[in-house]
Design a protein around this ligand. Sequence first.
Ligand SMILES: *Cc1c(COP(=O)(O)O)cnc(C)c1O
Length: 513
Amino acid sequence: MHKLAQLDRRYVWHPFTQMRDWLRREPIVIVSGQGAVLRDTHGREYLDANASVWTNLHGHNHPKINAAIRRQLKKIAHSSALGLANEPASLLAEKLVEAANQLNAERGMGSAEWLPARLPGIPRSAFRVPRLNKVFFSDDGSTAMEVALKLAHEFARRTGRGKKPRFLSLAGAYHGDTVGAVSLGHIDLFHKAYTGLLFKSDRVMSPYCYRCPFNRAKPERADARDYRRCNWECVGKVETKFAAQKKRGNPYAAMVVEPLIQGAAGMIPQPAGWLRHVAEIVRGNRAQLIADEVMTGFGRTGAPSTINDQPSTSLFACHQEGIQPDFLCLAKGLSGGYVPMAATLTTQEVFDAFLGEYEEFKTFFHGHSYTANQLGTAAALASLQILQSPASLRARERLEQTLREELKTVWSSPNVGDIRQVGLMVGVELVRDWRTREPFGLRERAGIRVCEAMARRGVLTRPVGNVVVLMPPYCTTPVQVRRIVEALRDALREVFGKFPRARHRASGPRTLA
Ligand SMILES: *Cc1c(COP(=O)(O)O)cnc(C)c1O
């Protein structure tokens, strides 16, 4: 075993890992990366098919981000945001605000009002499109959520919306691992252990078409959203929740959602229109909308998209449904996958609620040592610049298309129940039999076994439960996408046995690069 692997096994405790399983085998020790390829201590190469747990956007060792960090490093690596401002953080805040308000810009409305056709009788003011013009930097997705949570809590109290503000989020939701973020989440498996530490938040069903009890459609060989038969009961449930909470005399302060697709909940995509309906309910109840775009942000949900049938280059998932949240939480891809870095964007209105005389202590008492770190903000600036280049747009379109094409070949496995693609993200739900949707038991570790078989074929990703996630960096070439999907098909065959090969295309070249 390599010396570094030995040291890891002796000293390192890994996140979300049963360490007894970990200690049974030699870990892959990554020493370098280039584009979509990772290299280990034995010189073996792997395709990074989940973008290093959803963080990497443009590939590893990107010349432009490397150069931006080097340039910054010659000046300074870090100075505190407590009492001091700094160069790349100021510049990045401006760029983030620009990007976050693209929806308003594209509608040509600045911060003007926008009234959707539905829900008559609700005051027009409820539908204002908030302008996000303040950026609170922090370190990772959990803290971006923690900041939004604290701000929304305090904002609700200060504006007289409730003494004990309450939050609504989706079943299965994952918003991070700090105690506040865990309280907003609803993954019992992770969260049961911490019950005593958490505050109560409410959950409402998520629009999980493939396993929705209200979906009357028989299983087909297609994305369950495309053949669902229902009456939007999932939206009705949100409406009911809001009404019930109002009746209790303590209306919800905010609803927290991952727009377009829930990630760690199991790659659960929302049918088109769900977010728009839900946002209308939230606004109609004068609650705030917290968008957790930690995973979905920065072009992951596809580009270019359209907004109200107009072409758009927006980088954020909620904009694809024409929705502007009151809080936009960003992390993972913010620095291009280079440095831990997060931001919570919010409105002037929220900001103003924290203004006052020093001795009034209206200050937002929250912060982290590395907030607005120069290396992270410099990397993020470079990443944004790449994202906004025509070449990146083309690469993303091509990746989205290639994934869509290649994945058609995976339906022939009887153990694939649903293939859910949202832009450049894919969840492949494994089942015992697609005709019955019967799930695999936890002990069968179906998702883990398939991903292990993929790793033996030089493709790295992690499942969420029995859902295999594909989320490659944007620089992944069509040949590499073919290799990823081929590894998935071969892994399915290895783990579950043969399935008809008829519709498979010839395999692509063997090289990784
Ligand atoms: C990963 C993730 C988080 C937590 O981010 P960390 O950087 O791991 O703390 C929160 N929300 C969503 C949607 C995520 O995918």
